[in-house]
Design a protein around this ligand. Structure first.
Ligand SMILES: NC(=O)c1ccc[n+]([C@@H]2O[C@H](COP(=O)([O-])OP(=O)(O)OC[C@H]3O[C@@H](n4cnc5c(N)ncnc54)[C@H](OP(=O)(O)O)[C@@H]3O)[C@@H](O)[C@H]2O)c1
Length: 312
């Protein structure tokens, strides 16, 4: 079995490579963006015709924080649409029977009832700041569903919650909440600061999944003969941002104060996915938040020491 893992240098793609490389009889095919630009249809067609993989795990995407998504909607929409359409089409034309596409819980409606169930996709308006990205992702996910319905190929998707772990982005102002907090708390400890201030009241509740767990869930989904069109991948457990910050402080060994700044916006009060379908399919998260944070802190230190900490 030869599997193409796109975006293998990214956080999710590298975790998928780590997990799948443990399986015997699998040959992993990878290409960096400089070798294969997935927005270029000719390159993608040529690649699939030459390599003819049996399956694809599609981890490539143009991803970014709120600011980048909000400022460059044209690039977020076109790049993601082109990458998905090019790859799904070329895969089908070259007899790829299995295609696993990466969605995200951030493409569900902004006010989806909590915990978010799979059926809530396309039932309401999207979060305006990442609408362009979400629309492109939804198009990719639905295109997989249509290929499956029309041609009988098993093209399907997963909807991961917020991910963290090795290879995360630690940009000081444009990273996700968990890596941003980790970095600030590590720096506060190094600088001997007596307090760290977090944005908002600290009350909003979010869910976090260690990225190696996602990779394991992806492997599980690839082994299901008739998987659902899309399935949430998460822990189903949420935590307040203040409690998350306190857990990170404990892992880092920071003993200063964690203060909130209620003058800053909180965002949506709660975001957590329903994992009933995932459990029915025989998978649940293995790495607890405490364990995941310990591993992530160790990786952060190692990545910073060796000069490969990602900050873009
Ligand atoms: N991280 C999360 O919390 C999270 C949560 C839910 C869902 N997801 C989904 O998981 C997927 C991967 O996310 P990630 O966090 O792993 O992102 P990431 O770390 O930024 O990785 C994305 C990968 O895509 C590659 N890529 C981008 N544009 C490309 C192009 N034109 N041609 C070829 N490759 C290209 C990048 O290559 P370069 O390294 O060369 O730029 C990178 O390796 C995305 O679909 C995302 O929506 C992520």
């Amino acid at each position: 079995m030869r599997i193409f893992i796109s975006g293998h240098n990214g956080m999710v793609g590298s975790a998928v490579c780590r997990r799948l490389s443990r399986e015997p009889n699998l040959e992993l095919i990878t290409r960096s963006r400089s070798q294969l630009d997935l927005t270029q249809a000719d390159q993608v067609r040529e690649f699939f015709a030459e390599e003819r993989p049996d399956a694809v795990v599609f981890c490539a995407a143009k991803v970014g924080g709120i600011h980048a998504n909000n400022t460059y909607p044209v690039q977020f929409m076109t790049d993601n649409l082109l990458m998905s359409v090019n790859a799904i089409q070329a895969a089908f034309e070259n007899n790829v029977r299995r295609f696993l596409f990466l969605g995200s819980t951030c493409i569900y409606p902004r006010l989806a009832p909590q915990p978010i169930v799979e059926d809530s996709l396309l039932t309401g308006p999207l979060e305006p700041t990442n609408e362009a990205y979400a629309l492109a992702k939804i198009a990719g996910l639905k295109l997989c569903e249509y290929y499956r319905r029309q041609y009988g190929v098993v093209y399907h998707s997963v909807m991961p919650t917020n991910m963290y772990g090795p290879g995360d982005n630690y940009h000081p102002s444009n990273s996700h909440v968990l890596p941003a907090l980790l970095r600030r708390i590590v720096e506060a400890k190094e600088n001997g600061d007596s307090e760290v201030v977090i944005w908002g009241t600290g009350a909003p509740r979010r869910e976090f999944l260690y990225v190696d767990d996602l990779a394991d869930a992806i492997w599980r989904m690839l082994n299901i003969k008739e998987p659902p069109s899309w399935v949430n991948i998460g822990t189903g457990i949420d935590i307040s941002i203040l409690d998350l910050a306190k857990k990170i402080a404990a892992v880092v060994g920071y003993e200063g104060l964690i203060k909130t700044d209620p003058t800053k916006p909180d965002g949506t009060p709660r975001k957590v996915c329903d994992v009933s379908l995932l459990k029915k399919l025989g998978w649940s998260a293995q790495v607890s938040l405490d364990e995941g944070l310990r591993r992530t802190f160790a990786d952060f230190v190692a990545e910073a020491r060796s000069g490969v900490l990602r900050e873009a």
